[in-house]
Design a protein. Structure first.
Length: 279
């Protein structure tokens, strides 16, 4: 998952300050807000390991240490870096398996850089790095179990597919290519070299089905949020609106090279926040 740099003190929001995540989460009551910034900080730290340029075996060892620390947290003797999580885990019923899934997802980039995964592997990646974060988050927001899991499934995938479409060139710079192999082959692209694929004239043919898939997930997430109390889904609704707007900007820009970076401007973010934060 593409996350922004975290500072040391996640609980007061400084780790995400200035991001769309921070804007969406700072509207929450204090206990929920602190739990969400702990989740964010955890994701940021394991993401930093996966994205670092350190030796792969060292990164794998660091991620395994995080698994050990999570196990220790749930066994009742948390290490120092997770002691602050104890209250949130107990208060909101956060699941050990979701934290571990996030580590597993980040690790998918470590033994070797992901390049053109098949659709099943891409979906697994999205589940681990995005929907697992959603499963932790919906417990904090207070959604009912069934709808919470469904919302995490659909919104997590919508956000992650949008990230993948937005970050094609940035990921290629890291030697990674998240576009699915089936899509590349269908478009007549046989290379899985990220730098070469980014210049392929047929690349838009790969991206269009992913746009459609992301839109479907956004729509299903909207259906779930509409049938739940509005105050319970304020934060995920803001994230959904931010990212849906980014997706549509990507469509307007197009996916042919060269691709200008796409960002949601401050006014657009503010309008979304004003519309959905105070309801």
């Amino acid at each position: 998952m593409t996350l922004e740099a975290a500072a040391a003190n996640a609980s007061d929001g400084t780790s995400a300050s200035g991001s769309s995540f921070y804007a969406a989460m700072r509207i929450l009551p204090r206990e929920q807000r602190e739990a969400m910034f702990q989740i964010y900080d955890f994701c940021r730290q394991v993401d930093d390991i996966a994205d670092s340029d350190g030796p792969r075996d060292a990164r794998l060892a660091e991620l395994q240490q995080w698994r050990n620390d999570i196990d220790a947290l749930y066994q009742g003797h948390p290490p120092a870096r997770l002691r602050g999580y104890v209250v949130s885990v107990q208060r909101f019923g956060l699941k050990r398996e979701d934290f571990l899934a996030i580590v597993d997802g980040m690790e998918m980039d470590v033994p070797q850089d992901i390049r053109a995964p098949d659709l099943a592997t891409l979906d697994l990646y999205c589940d681990r790095v995005a929907s697992a974060v959603g499963r932790l988050s919906v417990r904090v927001f207070g959604l009912a179990e069934a709808d919470g899991i469904l919302l995490a499934h659909h919104l997590g995938r919508a956000l992650q597919l949008t990230n993948i479409l937005r970050d094609i060139d940035e990921d290629a710079g890291l030697g990674r290519l998240y576009l699915p192999l089936e899509g590349l082959l269908h478009a007549g692209i046989t290379s899985t070299d990220p730098a070469r694929v980014t210049l392929e004239p047929a690349l838009p043919k790969v991206c269009v089905p992913l746009v459609a898939r992301a839109r479907t997930h956004f729509e299903k997430a909207d259906e779930i949020m509409r049938r739940n109390p509005r105050r319970v889904v304020r934060a995920p609704r803001i994230m959904s609106k931010y990212y849906r707007a980014i997706l549509e900007l990507l469509v307007v820009r197009g996916f042919a090279a060269p691709r200008a970076p796409v960002r949601l401007n401050k006014m657009a973010r503010l309008l979304i926040l004003l519309r959905y934060a105070f309801i």
